[in-house]
Design a protein around this ligand. Structure first.
Ligand SMILES: [Zn+2]
Ligand SMILES: [Zn+2]
Length: 254
């Protein structure tokens, strides 16, 4: 399985894009500002989009991409998210004020089909199984576990302390865990309030993981990336922990 990391930052700025992962060129996991790294042809190749939550850093690329490919798309794009997230997209984005309602355009053969999913669901999309994972965030949020039968990765979504996740990962044993550690240990309270992890929280959480997955850190706050990574490595020397960068291309078991 190939994962193009188009965006993985907690903010924007030169060289920084928000959460956008493209799996095997056709499955998109979140649609942040990383979308802008794609050519027209690569946008047209996207068949399915799974969205973790409605926060704008995870969806802003979607309406812009649809407008860009509108004239050229041939197949509808299927979008999967929690019911609250689908409702938020309908009410607050595709509402004719912020953006056209692409759920009914072009008339008769709309460019997007919206589908609801719930925690615990298992979807089959293309040649992959996608399991919907629990997450803890101030707005309804999930993570995803993507498997193609020979390799798999889990993405925490944006999430704070999330004890429900670890029994699932202990059972499914993903090769890679991409996990949100947005903040340094110095702002513990802010991390808790905003539903993200600190390095110390990560240490606590990895104490619940019995499977030696590779760990990659995402959603780091701009300006604090080095401190977050230093704290993670200091607290967790026994784990292989790396920072995710946009433009990374990860190959799992190929
Ligand atoms: Zn969020
Ligand atoms: Zn976010």
């Amino acid at each position: 399985m190939k994962i193009d990391i188009l965006g993985c930052s907690g903010g924007i700025g030169q060289g920084l894009k928000t959460t956008t992962f493209l799996v095997d060129d056709s499955l998109l996991v979140d649609a942040g500002t990383g979308i802008e790294l794609l050519t027209m042809d690569r946008m047209l190749a996207i068949r399915d989009v799974v969205i973790t939550h409605a926060h704008i850093d995870h969806i802003i690329g979607l309406p812009l991409m649809l407008a860009t490919i509108y004239d050229q798309h041939k197949e509808p794009i299927h979008i999967y998210a929690l019911p609250d997230v689908i409702e938020a997209l309908e009410q607050h984005i595709f509402n004719w004020t912020i953006w056209p309602d692409y759920t009914c355009l072009p008339e008769g053969r709309p460019i997007i089909h919206l589908h609801t999913v719930n925690v615990g669901d298992s979807l089959t999309l293309q040649n992959k199984t996608i399991q919907v994972l629990p997450a803890e965030h101030p707005t309804p949020t999930v993570g995803y576990l993507v498997s193609d039968g020979t390799s798999s990765f889990a993405f925490s979504g944006d999430s704070g302390l999330n004890d429900g996740l670890w029994p699932i990962l202990n059972q499914s044993k993903p090769d890679l865990l991409i996990i949100d550690v947005s903040f340094t240990d110095e702002v513990d309270e802010l991390a808790r309030l905003s539903g993200h992890l600190t390095p110390s929280h990560l240490k606590q959480q990895l104490g619940l993981l019995t499977h030696p997955a590779r760990i990659m850190i995402t959603h780091l706050k701009p300006g604090f990336e080095d401190t977050i990574m230093q704290q993670c490595r200091q607290l967790l020397p026994e784990w292989q922990i790396d920072r995710l960068h946009h433009n990374d291309i990860l190959h799992l078991n190929e």
